[in-house]
Design a protein around this ligand. Structure first.
Ligand SMILES: C[S@@+](CC[C@H](N)C(=O)[O-])C[C@H]1O[C@@H](n2cnc3c(N)ncnc32)[C@H](O)[C@@H]1O
Length: 273
């Protein structure tokens, strides 16, 4: 997943000139399964260190108790497999068959229940004590109102008092505009470029990792996100009957600083009837 927050970005603009008008629609041909299909073969390698898995599992297991857990956009099972191994029943939903194939290959005992489908429209009935969406995955929902519908779909599947944990970056303020090219990897025979464009008015960003390897075909890995501030996520949650129980900067429970934290881990709790 790509992060567009200036507080934690490391892009090196290399002279694309003044920002051009940016179309607000997703790039041609991009669908909900596109990200997973494009990144499945490199996901574990590229994103192994993006967060502390042991601390994440400890936090989620504590919140879930001995209850059932639902992960939205489960991917290769980076978090779901260790959580299931820790003893919880875990159901993971993902739109990408290639991502789920990786998960199933790594989940030797078949502990994670997987559902191939959309993390809004294809959620299982539940009820779940805990649901979570990690590593900016909520921002993969780019359609109008889709993130709101996600909060509603999750809330409807939580037990009374159940929790929904959202981990995401805090968008830049002011937001990034225009287009960038930056270098992700540079080697003697290989370069991976990140080409991105940013539409601050629609809070969207999209791009391609362009992988150029000497003597091999070009490989493209597209991504598209619609980001939201913590306050915007809180408003969606409130409309779905969820309130903020606690917000950390990270899974190590570092206190969240509204003026400086580059990301947040927010625990929403379903209102009691
Ligand atoms: C950034 S990865 C996160 C994977 C995993 N949760 C982790 O933390 O490593 C995002 C995942 O969400 C999936 N995804 C994106 N849009 C989706 C959608 N609308 N419904 C279900 N899964 C989706 C992708 O296929 C991908 O596996």
């Amino acid at each position: 997943m790509v992060e567009v927050g200036q507080r934690h970005a490391s892009t090196l603009p290399i002279g694309l000139g003044p920002p051009a008008p940016v179309p607000s629609t997703p790039m041609d041909g991009y669908e909900r399964h596109t990200y997973g299909e494009a990144f499945a073969d490199v996901y574990d390698d590229w994103y192994r260190g993006v967060s502390d898995v042991a601390a994440t599992v400890a936090l989620l297991a504590e919140l879930a108790g001995d209850g059932s857990v639902l992960e939205l956009g489960v991917g290769t099972g980076r978090l779901a497999i260790p959580l299931a191994l820790a003893g919880n029943r875990v159901v993971g939903v993902d739109a990408s068959p290639a991502m789920l194939e990786r998960l199933c290959a790594a989940d030797h005992d078949g502990r994670v229940e997987v559902i191939e489908g959309d993390m809004v429209a294809a959620l299982p009935d539940g009820p779940f004590e805990l649901a979570f969406v990690a590593y900016n995955t909520i921002f993969n929902l780019t359609g109008d109102g889709e993130q709101q519908r996600c909060f509603e779909a999750v809330a409807a599947r939580l037990t009374p008092g159940g929790r929904f944990v959202v981990e995401a970056f805090v968008p830049d303020d002011p937001p990034r505009r225009g287009a960038d090219v930056s270098i992700r990897t540079l080697a003697a025979d290989r370069v991976v470029l990140l080409v991105s464009r940013h539409d601050a008015d629609h809070q969207t960003a999209e791009g391609q990792f362009v992988e150029l390897t000497d003597g091999a075909p070009v490989r493209l890995r597209p991504w598209s996100i619609r980001y939201a501030t913590p306050a915007q996520l809180d408003a969606m949650a409130a409309a779905a009957g969820l309130h903020v129980e606690v917000r950390y900067e990270d899974v190590d429970r570092t206190p969240f600083d509204p003026d400086g934290s580059p990301r947040h881990v927010t625990v929403y709790r379903r209102d009691q009837p």
